[in-house]
Design a protein around this ligand. Structure first.
Ligand code: F6P
Length: 342
């Protein structure tokens, strides 16, 4: 078969491991010809391809990013987009597509599958907010990066008796904040799932200081929301999928904490550091398992499905199950983090 591969949306450690696994099993086991589309759906719209073979994939397993490039292009926001996708696939004689991406990329895959395109999805996102899979690759790496950062923030916070606010990624879900907050011993963790009360946050910090702890780490997910009418947030540009560019809550929070408590407060916004660099062993293995099963799914004719991790096993689920609803942090896990607040 001739199988196309694309990576869409924000990049994520482990994308190259998926590509390598698809190519390896496709070429060596099935005798497929693999075609890489550059920059996500943009490459499919424009017929922009690169050859993909085992030789091209040498050395990419431990590398972050994606050799295919990525973009947030949405074919359903482009005049005649879905038809252009079909035309490209027909012209290049591509029989099936493997789309590696998050809610947006897989949302497009789901719609295209309804429009007759033979597509299999692979879930990626450091945010870990995709349903139907227990975990996405990239998440473990991001949590480790954030935890290392929090460990470092502790020692400088203690030296100066400061509050240090650490803003992590997590647009709709606070998985990174919760995991890194628990692993890093944060005094507070603020996530999009639970609106926070700035008065309460400051009260906790004051009580902690009264008990003789003069340094505190507050972890905040970029998508955390204050209770209505309590704090004004900035609003940024919107992308082709209607998402506002986030990043700014940490600064607002730090300013407010300092103003209300009088404690010297600084902010660290981790940003894209969480998405870059080498994937952890866990993410490399998960990405490899996903890649192997994705090419198997193509040959089994399991189109309109996504590979997923459930109870430790790789399974295939309808794309509709993956993109219907976001997977937010389990309240039980939020409860574990809360035990250590203040
Ligand atoms: O979806 C993953 C993510 O890392 C979000 O947490 C974040 O809001 C977004 O990507 C930022 O992406 P970019 O700056 O690349 O548009």
């Amino acid at each position: 078969m001739r199988v196309g591969v694309l990576t869409g949306g924000g990049d994520c450690p482990g994308l190259n491991a998926v590509i390598r696994a698809v190519v390896r099993k496709g070429e060596r086991h099935y005798r497929d010809e693999l075609v890489g589309f550059r920059d996500g759906w943009k490459g499919v719209l424009e017929g922009d391809t690169m050859p993909l073979d085992v030789e091209r994939c040498r050395g990419i397993l431990p590398r972050g990013g994606t050799i295919l490039g990525s973009s947030r292009t949405n074919p359903y926001k482009v005049e005649g987009g879905p038809d252009r996708v079909k035309k490209t696939l027909a012209e290049l004689a591509v029989d099936a597509l493997i789309a590696i991406g998050g809610e947006d990329t897989l949302g497009v895959a789901h719609k295209l599958s309804g429009d007759g395109v033979q597509v299999v999805g692979v879930p990626k996102t450091i945010d870990n907010d995709l349903s139907a899979t227990e975990v996405t690759f990239g998440f473990d790496t991001a949590v480790q990066i954030a935890t290392d950062a929090i460990d470092r923030l502790h020692t400088t916070a203690e030296s100066h008796d400061r509050v240090l606010v650490c803003e992590v990624m997590g647009r709709h879900a606070g998985w990174i904040a919760t995991y890194a907050g628990i692993a890093g011993g944060a005094a507070e963790v603020l996530v999009p799932e639970v609106e926070f009360d700035i008065d309460e946050v400051c009260e906790f910090l004051k009580r902690r200081h009264e008990k003789g702890r003069y340094a505190s780490i507050v972890v905040v997910a970029e998508g955390a929301k204050p209770k209505e009418g309590t704090l004004a947030l900035q609003s940024g540009e919107v992308d082709a999928f209607g998402h506002v560019r986030l990043g700014g809550i940490g600064n607002i929070l730090a300013e407010e904490i300092e103003k209300r408590t009088g404690f010297e407060t600084r902010v660290t916004v981790l940003g894209h550091v969480q998405r870059g660099g080498t994937p952890t062993a866990f993410d490399r293995v998960l990405a490899t398992r996903f890649g192997v099963d994705a090419i198997d799914a193509v040959h089994d004719g399991d189109f309109g499905h996504m590979v997923a991790l459930q109870a430790g096993r790789i399974v295939r689920v309808p794309l509709a199950d993956a993109v219907g609803e976001l997977k937010t942090v389990d309240p039980e896990l939020v409860g574990v983090a809360q035990v250590f607040f203040g």
